[in-house]
Design a protein around this ligand. Structure first.
Ligand SMILES: [Mn+2]
Length: 295
């Protein structure tokens, strides 16, 4: 077991993470995996005290300053749940620090913090966009990076808040049965059911909404990845009786963007990402969703 005071110290001073030896990093990964592997791939989070908020945080991509600001806000406002939508690593200057910080939060407050899987929580993306070389130049050894991959295999894909608000990284997949198919599955079930749900899982992490589109269309992002339009979004929301969908995966110069008659909110929590943009996050309160900019 990792000492609570040690976790508290790491959360307060994430710069210290850079100085950790591999065995400490491994301990944190293992303890996080032990918690994550027992949780379902489709999280169902219900706020009992209706006044309390839920924070939803988008792509971080190694932006430790934004992550620290968000954690400061969270410590002041004490929401019931905090949901990260994935893409913690790749591209930014403090990728390992951000990943370990988020895991430290999960271990310290397992019933408060939840981390969903983004398309960058994969080997292929890490090899191309930076985290693999960041990690390997520090610790060396494929076996050590395999521990990171085992963490990725334990991450959930969606979170349903108060039975009415769905949170995920990219978008809805073509198979809108996906929530019924994922319900009750745990990380260990992915390998067993992989053939039947592989496309669903990939599209949850990769798809994007597109205004003015009907149905699904091919995406520039790659083979099998889709844009989805308002009509299929409506069908999906009606089918599951949902009010909002909150996702990340795309950066907008204004910080966040509403789609589809203000029922889909796209947030992004890393500022000045490849161009000029403020960081944003979402607050759920009493089944309403509000977008916020990190000042
Ligand atoms: Mn993404």
């Amino acid at each position: 077991m990792i000492d609570k005071a040690f976790l508290k110290d790491l959360i307060a001073n994430p710069d210290e993470i850079s100085k950790l030896e591999y065995h400490s990093i491994l301990q944190i990964i293992h303890q996080a995996v032990n918690i994550l592997k027992e949780e379902p791939l489709l999280l169902e989070l219900n706020v009992k005290e209706i006044e309390r908020e839920v924070y939803v945080i988008g792509d971080i991509h190694g932006n430790l300053r934004c992550l620290q600001k968000l954690v400061e806000i969270i410590e002041q406002t004490n929401p019931r749940f905090v949901i990260f939508l994935g893409d913690i690593v790749d591209r930014g200057p403090y990728q390992l620090e951000c990943l370990i910080m988020v895991l430290a939060l999960k271990i310290r407050y397992p019933d408060k913090y939840y981390i969903l899987k983004g398309n960058h929580e994969t080997l292929e993306m890490n090899q191309y966009y930076g985290f693999y070389s960041v990690f390997m130049s520090k610790f060396y050894g494929q076996m050590k990076f395999d521990e990171i991959l085992s963490l990725y295999l334990a991450l959930p894909f969606c979170a349903l808040v108060n039975n009415s608000i769905l949170c995920l990284h990219g978008g809805i997949p073509e198979d809108i049965e996906f929530m019924r198919k994922l319900k009750g599955l745990k990380p260990k079930d992915i390998a067993l059911t992989f053939k039947s749900i592989a496309k669903i899982l990939m599209q949850i992490m990769w798809n994007d909404p597109k205004s003015g589109l009907k149905g699904f269309s091919e995406s520039f992002r790659g083979p099998g990845i889709k844009f989805f339009g308002e009509d299929v979004f409506d069908d999906f929301m009606k089918d599951y009786n949902l009010n909002y969908l909150i996702r990340s995966h795309e950066v907008f110069p204004e910080g966040y963007r509403w789609f589809f008659n203000k029922r889909l909110l796209s947030i992004f929590s890393s500022d000045n990402y490849r161009a000029t943009n403020p960081a944003s996050y979402a607050i759920i309160k009493k089944d309403l969703v509000e977008a916020k900019i990190v000042d």
